[in-house]
Write a protein that binds this ligand. Structure first.
Ligand code: ADP
Length: 398
């Protein structure tokens, strides 16, 4: 079975064609700068060389056309015709309270996703454009929507409600939704499997630490709390996002700097976090290099990042009345030994014994705790595309 996974951003389109029988990517790539005068498509067939082609793509439909051409190209393509694609799985960022699970895409589903646009104005419209472009170019192929928010729909009201008048929840749906759900779902299940824990009787904390970062508490296989909220701005300190701050700071900065609300929000989303604090980079590879050179601002940014992770872990241990396993995933979680070592250096109180030597790995499933550690710590590389393909296959088989 071959599943095409599509992830549309406002000016980009990422794709991966997955052979579901072998669970491997036959090809992957990205179209960037869609809608601009000139853009490009970077296409990598299975184990082949990356092919980069400059091309103007006026919209996502043209980009989708380029993807189809790349996949079926005589030289670097990986399929003969589109007929070989059994289904398409679309990543959709926001499913609001409407979608607690992935779903086959129909006209009603598209209308329901559209109703969530207001909650994710940068992402959902782009996701919908991708869905429509695929429908137009791939006709009868079944399509499935997989939502970033769906996995967290199991959170109880005490976790998802904010301490503001409830009419704002009733009128506008203001609550915690959480994001990175596909990753938290995949990694928590894989952690249980990998460590031999019974999922239905387990307490797992997933630390998805990438450019965007979030933590979730997964009790008996279900998300009961997560650090991102109404939007992906809250929770951990991230590459360029502030994470949790005192909301009064927004008004204070706006007044002091004579900035509009939009400008302050932009500051919190794009100019804050590890980048804003260090003025070095939003990338942990650069932060590490700068720390090695004695850059104090980089060290402070790193310490603040780690400390926030540690506090969320502590909170989720309390929420679940214990923890069996802590999993690190995503770009930073999978690759940055220093982040993992520093986080775990705070966790002795949980009975964690951490093996520093084992921690010197990158991007590989690894147990980092000793066999007698009371709580297991591991690296579980996330694979959101494979998780989307899995959801897609499960639904089209029904
Ligand atoms: P997103 O999907 O949110 O864009 P990723 O999960 O791909 O993010 O993570 C990207 C981030 O991972 C980079 O910005 C960088 O901070 C971090 N990263 C990637 N490789 C390494 C590495 N070898 N060492 C430390 N950090 C890394």
């Amino acid at each position: 079975m071959k599943i095409l996974v599509i992830n549309c951003g406002s000016s980009s389109l990422k794709y991966q064609l997955i052979d579901f029988n072998t669970k491997t990517a036959l090809a992957k790539g990205i179209c960037e700068r869609i809608g601009q005068e000139m853009g490009d498509i970077k296409h990598t067939p299975g184990d082949g060389e990356k092919v980069v082609k400059e091309v103007a793509m006026k919209d996502h439909e043209v980009a989708m056309q380029m993807v189809i051409e790349a996949l079926t190209d005589k030289e670097y393509g990986v399929i003969k015709s589109l007929d070989e694609i059994d289904a398409v799985g679309h990543r959709v960022v926001h499913g609001g309270e409407k979608f607690a699970n992935s779903t086959i895409i129909s006209d009603e589903v598209i209308a329901a996703i559209e109703e969530c646009n207001e909650l994710a104005p940068l992402h959902n419209p782009a996701n919908l454009i991708g869905i429509r472009a695929c429908q137009k170019l791939m006709g009868g192929v079944p399509m499935v929507g997989v939502f970033d928010t769906a996995f967290h729909q199991t959170m109880p009201p005490k976790a998802y409600l904010y301490g503001i008048p409830t009419e704002y929840y009733d009128k506008y749906g203001i609550r915690k939704y959480g994001f990175h759900g596909t990753s938290h779902d995949y990694v928590s299940k894989r952690t249980a499997e990998y460590l031999g824990l019974p999922l239905e009787n387990s307490k797992i904390i997933v630390c998805h630490l990438g450019n965007g970062a979030s933590i979730s508490a997964v009790l008996n296989g279900k998300s009961i709390d997560t650090s991102m909220g109404f939007t992906p701005l809250s929770g951990l300190v991230m590459g360029t996002r502030s994470g949790d701050i005192d909301p009064s700071i927004i008004e204070f900065i706006a007044k002091k700097e004579n900035k509009s609300l939009d400008e302050v929000m932009n500051l919190l989303n794009k100019e804050s976090g590890v980048w804003g604090m260090s003025k070095v980079s939003s990338d942990f590879r650069d932060i590490n290099d700068a720390m090695d050179e004695g850059n104090e601002q980089a060290q402070i940014a790193f310490d603040v990042f780690v400390y926030r992770v540690v506090k969320y872990i502590g909170g989720y241990v309390a929420a679940m009345n214990g923890v069996d396993a802590i999993a690190f995933t995503a770009g930073v979680g999978e690759n940055d030994w220093r982040v993992r070592e520093d986080v775990c250096s705070y966790l002795g109180y949980l009975g964690i014994t951490f093996e520093k030597e084992k921690n010197m790995v990158k991007g590989k499933e690894t147990i980092l705790s000793t066999p007698d550690s009371k709580v297991k710590v591991c690296i579980i590389p996330t694979n959101e595309e494979l998780a989307i393909a899995r959801e897609t296959v499960a639904l089209i088989k029904k």
